[in-house]
Write a protein that binds this ligand. Structure first.
Ligand code: NAP
Length: 328
């Protein structure tokens, strides 16, 4: 196949996202070139466009951390994939474009029957949830996890993934209209944090025992309140700081509860570490995706020319599930 010498990619121009001609990305050793058909929108993209979340040094500066598309070139040592394969991929950047390069080991096969938008909704949310709640956390069937942002891309993935392993979730949302969607995905209880105190609600729901883990994307003053939701030996996992990076914590709660506080950011993990997580996700989660026991919840699909509108929707937090850009 003759590849074009240039492509189209979203550029940040002032307050706008605009599709412009851009150089073709180079497919190096261990990588594949993907003709992008759909790209996932992630909260971090909103930060990156404002210069607050720079991509890793070796990644494209173009927005976009996940795509689905077909393989159109294969680099040396990337022979798991062949031309025409349908893949979805985790990227350091470069997803809002007509072509993107991904390490071969960060790609997963698009399950049969999946459209491009559905496939693009998978990598970032599933790998993040796996890394923070499945990988060496000790969570087991019968446990219960508190998830903030229950209707977010991450939250809607976490509810389903936990349920498939017999772990319950209690989730928070900011609007009543998000509650039923979370219940439908399998959440045991849903709390509107604007009308209920989530600490009281979690203690009541668990008969005073607390949950075994909290997946926190809020930070700030939530952290100490989250600790009050944890049972003995509970795990607090931070993945974002939407209400602030600094938290005042009652160390007494940590000591009495023998709590563990940790956190991570997927994008900053090295290539080998990401490849390890992708391989574990393919082993442990992909079989459920193939059998359609897990279904990505998609809120809206926008044309790539409407990337601005897609970002406005995410900014408003009105969405339930993933927002996707369709790329031709
Ligand atoms: N560390 C990592 O590796 C990693 C990887 C991926 C994503 N993340 C982070 O995880 C979060 C979810 O990502 P996403 O792409 O799925 O974004 P998203 O769909 O936009 O989700 C963000 C959620 O946060 C909730 N929220 C916003 N402000 C809040 C507040 N002050 N208090 C409580 N909830 C609030 C929003 O809805 P409601 O207020 O209605 O609940 C929304 O559901 C983002 O913060 C993202 O940066 C981290």
């Amino acid at each position: 196949m003759q590849l074009p010498s240039t492509m189209q990619a979203i550029q940040v121009e002032g307050d706008h996202l605009v599709l412009r001609p851009a150089p073709m990305p180079v497919c190096g050793t261990g990588a594949v070139l993907i003709r992008v058909h759909a790209a996932g929108v992630n909260r971090a993209d909103l930060l990156q466009r404002r210069g607050k979340y720079p991509p890793p040094a070796d990644a494209s500066p173009v927005l976009g951390m996940e795509v689905a598309g077909e393989v159109v070139a294969v680099g040396a040592q990337a022979d798991r994939w062949k031309l025409g394969d349908r893949v979805c991929a985790l990227l350091g950047g470069g997803g809002y474009a007509t072509y993107a390069v991904a390490p071969a080991a960060h790609c997963l096969p698009v399950p049969q029957g999946y459209g491009w938008a559905q496939a693009a909704a998978l990598p970032e949310a599933i790998i993040t949830v796996y890394a923070n709640l499945f990988d060496q956390t000790g969570l087991k069937a019968g446990d219960c996890v508190l998830i903030h942002g229950g209707a977010s891309g991450i939250g809607t993935a976490a509810i389903q993934m936990l349920k498939l392993t017999g772990v319950d979730s209690i989730v928070t949302v900011g609007r009543d209209e998000k509650m039923q969607a979370c219940r439908d995905l399998g959440a045991r209880a849903v709390i509107n944090y604007n009308t209920q105190d989530f600490v009281e609600a979690v203690r009541a729901e668990t008969g005073g025992q607390g949950v075994q883990a909290v997946l926190d994307m809020v930070g700030g003053d939530y952290v100490n309140r989250n600790l009050a939701c944890l049972g003995k030996g509970g795990l607090h996992v931070s993945i974002a700081t939407q209400r602030g990076r600094v938290a005042e914590v009652d160390i007494g709660l940590v000591m009495r509860g023998q709590l563990i506080l940790t956190g991570s950011t997927l994008r900053a993990r090295g290539r080998v570490e990401k490849a390890r997580l992708v391989a574990l996700v393919e082993r442990d989660i992909w079989p459920d995706i193939i059998k359609k026991h897990y279904k990505p919840l998609i809120s809206n699909v926008f044309d790539i020319n409407q990337a601005d509108e897609a970002h406005k929707m995410m900014e408003s937090s009105a969405h339930i599930g993933k927002i996707i850009l369709e790329v031709g």
